[in-house]
Design a protein around this ligand. Structure first.
Ligand code: ATP
Length: 602
């Protein structure tokens, strides 16, 4: 069980000292609790209640008192009484300070583990292929990044603290029991109640198993809930437009109720552990009492023995709780490792070739591609000379976007290869290859921050002047300077404060700034107002000059800036040539053009 957790302990390397001190404090706590308290009871109480009644020095009753006498000379009764009484707060002070230091330092170390795990997850998420994000819901991924590591932190912190403190306390208590029992020749009285420990272990294991299953379901449901929440928060418009509020609230209530039920099941099993062990311990204690009294034990001896017994059961109870926490942590690990262990099917080759500025051509050689079973691109063969502007047209779902997505290696073809100047693009590192490509997606994502920062995403080391220049070329400068704070205007989450056309132009400005020789443009399908559209068109015409460009054209007016048109149908290229040629010769193109020309004459 613990084996699964070991990889995560490596995050403790960075906090060796506080963790080590925390462990040490745990050992001190354990000694003070397990042995300190029972032995104190054994030493202090007899001195308090059995000392001589004279006014002068008290009788020597044990080695502790002998030691005191040596230290302080002959003691008055009151003095001895006072010093002896002080044992109690001193032991509790040591125990309290050590317990506090242990909890504080171990919590700190646990938080660093949490930081390490979250960072690992985030780093991994940055490198995972696009397909992973298509397969998984963002809300669920968020839960795996935020809630599951938190469960793991609790387990690691609690376990690191208690796995030292509790077994330590148990051992110390057993040692104390052994010492006391030897002195009192009533060893069996101490031993018999301990025979109930295996019963406790069995109960803990049973509850742990039940709990693990419920915890697993609970965490999965947590992921579902956060996915549903994210979806809801991302679509306020649709929810209002289609009056989905009641449906959304109903769904939310249902999910949250399911979670409540499961978390109550977890509570049921977790909280059952402590009282069960207490009842078993009480039986043990009663047995000890029965046997102790029959064996003629004194009240004082039994008090010390009873404290030691209590101190022995307490760790078992706590270890039971840790066991349940461990089981809960296992499902968190499973969910975390779903991300951490996800194989990267687009990994770079071991020693990648360097991309030298592309000069000749990009070739598709027998390329076929499928997301699942059904091929989306079928046996494509074509050559695109550098500098050519290619428009990709065809009905929805024909494979145009997929074709374009293969070029920056967002996906790799299952069959055939794509070459750049004769070199298979899989031989390049993705980072290097992508530095030669600019992508303007249909719905450009804007990040929280200013417009300036958003354009600078195109090239992070660009100066302000270069950003302004790119914005001018993208026909964005004018609208930007008219914003309340010009380039410093915050764009708002997801860029909602800007219109579709403005967002597109910001994305085009990014591409200008990137100044990459290969350009992929997915034209916006949403209708822009005619002024915005004219500006986007002008900006695009500027941008494509001298670059190898792939435009997924949704407006036939865009085709006018293309040197070549590829007509896609059901994953194949059924037409290839310039606009005039295709208009004359290609029936599919003619019919597509016919439909479009009604709306948008070329
Ligand atoms: P549109 O003009 O509507 O954007 P398109 O020609 O660009 O369409 P693609 O987006 O390439 O078409 O999609 C081609 C096919 O692949 C479609 O049938 C689509 O359902 C499927 N598809 C696209 N993306 C995925 C994905 N991530 N997983 C599974 N199937 C996908």
């Amino acid at each position: 069980m613990i084996k699964q957790y070991l990889p995560y302990y490596r995050h403790l390397k960075a906090v060796k000292l506080p963790f080590g001190l925390g462990v040490l404090a745990g050992v001190v706590y354990a000694a003070a609790s397990g042995a300190g308290l029972p032995l104190m009871t054994h030493v202090v109480f007899p001195l308090l209640f059995n000392s001589s009644s004279g006014t002068g020095a008290v009788e020597v009753t044990n080695s502790y008192e002998l030691w005191l006498r040596n230290q302080l000379g002959v003691l008055s009764k009151d003095r001895l009484l006072l010093i002896t009484c002080m044992w109690i707060p001193v032991i509790f002070l040591i125990r309290g300070l050590a317990g506090y230091a242990n909890s504080y330092l171990i919590s700190y170390s646990g938080s660093r583990v949490l930081e390490g795990i979250r960072t690992d997850l985030f780093v991994k998420l940055q490198s995972l292929p696009l397909s992973f994000f298509k397969r998984n819901k963002s809300g669920d991924l968020l839960a795996r990044l935020m809630s599951d590591p938190e469960v793991l932190r609790q387990v690691i912190a609690q376990a690191s603290s208690d796995l030292i403190k509790q077994p330590g306390t148990l051992i110390a208590a057993l040692v104390a029991l052994f010492i006391l029992a030897r002195q009192n020749s009533s060893f069996y009285v101490a031993i018999i109640p301990l025979l109930t420990i295996p019963i406790c272990v069995l109960a803990i294991r049973h509850a742990g198993k039940k709990l693990a299953a419920r915890a697993k379901q609970l965490q999965r449901r947590g992921g579902d809930l956060s996915a549903a929440l994210a979806e809801s928060l991302q679509s306020p418009l649709e929810i209002r437009a289609y009056n989905l509020q009641e449906r959304q609230v109903g769904m939310f209530k249902q999910k949250i109720r399911q979670m409540l039920r499961l978390s109550m099941k977890v509570v049921k099993y977790r909280q059952a552990i402590s009282p069960s062990i207490e009842v078993v311990a009480a039986f043990g204690f009663a047995t000890a009492l029965f046997l102790g009294v029959r064996a003629g034990m004194s009240q004082n001896d039994f008090l010390a023995l009873g404290t030691a017994l209590f101190m022995a059961y307490e760790p078992i109870k706590k270890l039971g709780m840790i066991h349940s926490l461990f089981r809960q942590g296992e499902s968190a690990i499973e969910r975390i490792e779903y991300i951490l262990k996800e194989p990267d099917n687009l990994a770079d080759v071991k020693s990648p070739h360097k991309v030298v500025s592309p000069r000749e051509a990009l070739r598709f050689e027998n390329v076929s591609f499928a997301y699942g079973e059904e091929p989306v691109l079928r046996d494509l063969n074509l050559e695109i000379p550098m500098g050519q502007v290619v428009a990709l047209v065809g009905p929805s779902g024909a494979g145009k976007s997929t074709f374009a997505m293969l070029i920056p290696r967002f996906y790799d073809p299952q069959v055939g290869k794509i070459t750049l100047d004769g070199q298979d693009i899989r031989q390049f590192s993705k980072k290097d290859l992508r530095s030669y490509i600019a992508v303007v997606p249909q719905m450009p994502a804007l990040f929280t921050g200013s417009i300036l920062e958003n354009i600078r995403i195109g090239r992070l080391d660009a100066t302000d002047e270069e950003v302004y220049e790119a914005a001018r070329k993208a026909h964005a400068h004018e609208f930007i300077v008219n914003q309340p704070e010009g380039y410093q205007t915050e764009v708002g989450e997801r860029g909602d404060l800007l219109s579709g056309g403005q967002r597109q132009r910001i994305a085009i400005a990014r591409a200008f700034l990137r100044n990459a020789p290969i350009l992929i443009l997915d034209e916006a399908t949403s209708a822009l107002d005619s002024e915005s559209e004219a500006m986007v068109q002008q900006a695009l015409a500027e941008l494509v000059k001298g670059r190898t460009t792939f435009i997924i054209a949704h407006r036939f007016s865009t085709i006018t800036i293309a040197d070549r048109v590829l007509v896609f149908q059901k994953g194949r290229i059924v037409g290839d040539g310039n606009h005039e040629f295709l208009r004359e010769t290609d029936p599919t193109y003619q019919s597509m053009l016919g439909n479009q020309m009604v709306v948008n004459p070329v």
